[in-house]
Write a protein that binds this ligand. Structure first.
Ligand code: GLV
Ligand code: GLV
Length: 325
C-alpha cells in the first residue's frame, strides 16, 4: 500500500507502518501546500492527515482513485469533507481517546484558572520587575468556588471538563441538542439563553459544523453576564472573533481564553493587545500522553484497514460496507 503522511508526528508509531508498505513522510516542519499534497499524495491508498490539511472532494480526486482511507491525526475532522469521502467510498478515521479528553479538559481548566486569577498578567509583570512588595489590591481576580460554569456541548470532552468542576465547588450548566440521560445528575441541562445569562464562565466543546459556525456572536455574547469569561478550546470559527473583540473592548466580558482562532494561524491583533485575554497556540491536546495516543490510534487505524479489519474509530461507519476496494 502507498501511504502518505503529511507531517511527522510524535512517537515511534510511524516505524510500524513501514513494514511492508511504501510510506512517504513529509520532511517539512510545516503543513504541506495544496500543490505539495497533490504531487506527493497522488496514487496514495492511505493518507495520514493532520487538522491543518484541508481535504475536500477535489483534493480526494486529485490524489486519485486509489485513495481508500484518510486517517486524521486529530479528534476534530472539520478539515475533511466527510460527505465527499462517503460518496467516494473513502473511509475517514479520527483519534478520540480518554487521553485526549483529559488533556483538553485540563487545558480548559488551566485557562479558566489563569483567567480568573490573572496568572499570565501577573507572571509577566513579576518577571518584568513590577513586584515591589505585597499590596492589598494588585491583580485582584475572581474566586472560582461557588461560581457557575456553562458548558456548551456536553460530549466526551465537555463531560470531562464538567467532572473536574466537582472538586472545585463549581455548579455546572450545560446545553446540547437534547438533555443527556447519561449525564451526572448534578449537571443541569438548560437552554442556550439560560446558560449564557447564568454562567460566570462559558466553555465551548462543540465540533465545528454549519450549525455551530459563529454560534458565539454579538447576539449570544450580549446575553452573557457582565464580567463573565469565555473559554474556547474547541474550534476557532465557533466564535465570531470580531464580535468577541467588541464584547471585550466594551467591558461586557471580563476576559477570554482562546486556544483556537477563527482564521488560524492568524489572530486578531486586538486580542493580542488585551491584558484580559489569554492566547495559546492550539495546544489543548498537546501532552506527551495525548499526542502519543493519537499517533497510536491513527497508525492502528491504517494497520487494521490494511488487514481488512474495520478500524474502531471510523467517522463514517456507514461507508464500511461500500468502501472502495
Ligand atoms: C485538536 O484540535 C484535535 O481535534 O485533535
Ligand atoms: C497573604 O499572603 C496573606 O497572608 O493574607
Amino acid at each position: 500500500m502507498k501511504i502518505v503522511v503529511t507531517r511527522k508526528i510524535p512517537g515511534n508509531f510511524l516505524e510500524k507502518l513501514k513494514e511492508g508498505n511504501d510510506v512517504w513522510i513529509s520532511s517539512f516542519d510545516r503543513p504541506l501546500t495544496e500543490e505539495e499534497l497533490i504531487s506527493n499524495g497522488k496514487g496514495a491508498d492511505v493518507l495520514l492527515s493532520l487538522l491543518t490539511d484541508h481535504i475536500d472532494g477535489e483534493m480526494m480526486d486529485a490524489i486519485g482513485p486509489n485513495l481508500k482511507l484518510i486517517s486524521n491525526y486529530a479528534v476534530g475532522f472539520d478539515n475533511i469533507d466527510v460527505e465527499a469521502a462517503k460518496s467516494r467510498g473513502i473511509l475517514v478515521c479520527n483519534t478520540p481517546s480518554d487521553d485526549v479528553n483529559e488533556a483538553v479538559a485540563e487545558h480548559t481548566w488551566a485557562l479558566l484558572m489563569s483567567l480568573s486569577r490573572r496568572i499570565v498578567e501577573a507572571n509577566y509583570a513579576t518577571k518584568n520587575g513590577a513586584y515591589k512588595g505585597w499590596e492589598p489590591d494588585i491583580f485582584l481576580g475572581t474566586t472560582i468556588s461557588g461560581k457557575t460554569l456553562g458548558i456548551i456541548g456536553l460530549g466526551r470532552i465537555g463531560t470531562m471538563v464538567a467532572k473536574k468542576a466537582q472538586g472545585m465547588g463549581v455548579d455546572i450548566l450545560y446545553t446540547k441538542r437534547n438533555p443527556d440521560p447519561e449525564a451526572n445528575s448534578s449537571f443541569k441541562f438548560v437552554s442556550m439563553d439560560e446558560l449564557l445569562s447564568q454562567s460566570d464562565f462559558v466553555s465551548l466543546h462543540v465540533p465545528l459544523t454549519d450549525e455551530t459556525r459563529h454560534m458565539i456572536n454579538g447576539n449570544t455574547l450580549s446575553k452573557m453576564k457582565t464580567g463573565a469569561y469565555l473559554i474556547n478550546t474547541a474550534r476557532g470559527p465557533v466564535v465570531d472573533e470580531h464580535e468577541l473583540v467588541d464584547a471585550l473592548r466594551s467591558g461586557h466580558l471580563g476576559g477570554a481564553a482562546l486556544d483556537v482562532f477563527d482564521n488560524e494561524p492568524e489572530i486578531n491583533p486586538e486580542l493580542i493587545g488585551m491584558p484580559n485575554v489569554i492566547l495559546t497556540p492550539h495546544i489543548a491536546s498537546a501532552t506527551h500522553e495525548a499526542r502519543n495516543k493519537m499517533g497510536e490510534m491513527a497508525i492502528n487505524a491504517i494497520i487494521d484497514f490494511a488487514s481488512d479489519r474495520k478500524p474502531s474509530n471510523l467517522v463514517n461507519n456507514d461507508t464500511w460496507d461500500n468502501r472502495r476496494k
